[in-house]
Design a protein around this ligand. Structure first.
Ligand code: C2G
Length: 130
């Protein structure tokens, strides 16, 4: 059976914490599809524009060996539609989202993976700012 994994994220200023999450997500099934948050969704979600625009973030993630397909995530409210449209059996999210998507358990399995400690886009930006 083809077990399709789906995950979502902004993946701005791509770092090894993102890669760890995607590789571990892919290892749970046979293929991995990734919803990339649009620039607009990011503005509403985090109150700031991403450093890299959505087309570039999507290209970087799509080029990874562990990723089979990407699409744009336009709203946090459409998760169920994205899961169904992609025929995904498992939703994977980092545990900063723990519990947030449990209502989707009737549509697919929901797995929260531990975040990689001590690395984040925000901390990286701060470090470069010096
Ligand atoms: N992540 C991680 N370890 C880190 C940093 C991030 O495991 N040190 C994971 C996050 O938990 C998330 C994924 O990498 O599962 C992408 O991180 P973000 O780009 O920060 O995702 P976010 O903006 O939270 O978007 O629909 C949900 C959102 O689109 C998730």
């Amino acid at each position: 059976m083809n077990r399709k994994i789906i995950t979502f994220g902004t993946f701005d200023v791509f770092h090894v914490g993102h890669l760890n999450l995607l590789e571990r997500a892919r290892a749970l099934g046979d293929s991995l599809v990734v919803g990339i948050s649009t620039d607009e969704l990011n503005l509403t979600k985090k109150d700031r524009a991403p450093v890299f625009p959505e087309q570039e973030r999507a290209r970087l993630v799509a080029s990874l060996r562990c990723v089979d397909q990407v699409f744009f995530e336009e709203s946090l409210a459409y998760k169920r539609e994205y899961i169904e449209r992609n025929g995904a059996s498992v939703l994977v999210m980092g545990d900063d989202w723990k519990g947030k998507f449990d209502d989707l358990r009737d549509a697919c399995d929901v797995v929260y993976l531990p975040r990689t400690p001590s690395i984040s886009t925000t901390a990286t930006i701060e470090r470069i700012r010096g």
